[in-house]
Design a protein around this ligand. Structure first.
Ligand code: HXC
Length: 257
């Protein structure tokens, strides 16, 4: 497939998607989500892909939803057109997906990074939810995922002031899992994704599903859900192989990678 607004590559068992609208700092428009949905569907269907990395440029992961595309819409257009619904192609993606963020991750850019399973940031990364400055509010999880990740007090600060957070604060707050020097961002993120893609795919998918469930349920329900999925792993050859390999002091050869 050929794409207008993203670059798509495979590196071994890892799919790499690079947002590529440099003239607009990767502002997220309809075309980007048409391309992203198609690329993610292809990676979902490809047995050779065990994890995906989503990245942008050195200057911007993504500077938000495309303000020029949204500017003239009224309520009826936003509502009947279900504005932003197409963004859920990322949160609905079931294989592990890691965001590699350098530069600006603002508004919708921060929101799509948070839709990924975790974020690795360059020391140049800047996160923010500046929608308030435009007379609107976050529309794709910025008030919800950010609050779950960094807590209400800091989320309120970000959403109400519209200020930016640097990489160090983002790591301290739990928004990102690690910060690396900018020139190592892609390598480090690909390495993490390769590690994940080396495990059993159905098991990494179950693990991801279990962690995401924590956002949706009480502790008791979540722990029960987790235990049932844990039980389910006992129905797989890869669980048997993983434990046998440990006992036999050899690396596991997972079948369902
Ligand atoms: C459309 C954008 C854009 C955006 C940047 N550009 N961000 N176009 N939508 N979100 C365009 C600029 O218009 C400009 O194009 C080019 O990219 C380069 O940007 P500059 O502003 O010249 O760069 P710089 O001076 O370095 O400033 C970088 C910046 C600034 C601080 C990131 O661009 C900025 O504040 N952008 C908007 C950030 C924002 O408000 N994001 C939230 C969007 S709302 P031209 O053609 O003029 O050269 C949102 C809602 C989500 O995300 C809710 C629904 C999911």
């Amino acid at each position: 497939a050929s794409y207008e607004t993203i670059l798509v590559e495979t590196r071994g068992r890892v799919g790499l998607i690079t947002l590529n609208r440099p003239q607009a700092l990767n502002a997220l428009n309809d075309a980007i989500f048409r391309d992203l949905a198609q690329a993610l569907d292809a990676f979902a269907a490809d047995d050779g892909i065990g994890a995906v990395v989503l990245t942008g440029s050195a200057k911007a992961f993504a500077a938000g939803a495309d303000i020029k595309e949204m500017a003239s819409k009224d309520f009826i257009a936003a509502y009947t057109g279900n504005l932003i619904e197409n963004w859920t192609c990322i949160s609905r993606f079931r294989k592990p997906i890691v965001a590699a963020v350098a530069g600006y991750a603002l508004g919708g850019g921060c929101e799509i990074a948070m839709m990924c399973d975790f974020i690795i940031a360059a020391d140049t990364a800047k996160f923010g939810q500046p929608e308030i400055k435009l007379g609107t509010i976050p529309g794709s999880g910025g008030t919800q995922r950010l609050t779950k990740l960094i807590g209400r007090s800091k989320a309120m600060d970000m959403v109400l002031t519209g200020r930016m957070m640097d990489a160090a604060e983002a790591e301290r707050s739990g928004l990102v899992s690690r910060v690396v020097p900018a020139d190592q961002l892609l390598d480090e993120t690909l390495k993490a994704a390769e590690t994940i893609a080396g495990y059993s795919l159905p098991i990494t998918m179950l693990a991801k599903e279990a962690v995401h469930r924590a956002d949706e349920t009480s502790l008791a329900e979540g722990v029960l859900f987790e235990r049932r999925l844990f039980h389910a792993t006992f129905g797989t050859e890869d669980r048997r192989e993983g434990m046998a390999a440990f006992t036999e002091k050899r690396p596991p050869a997972f079948k369902h990678r």
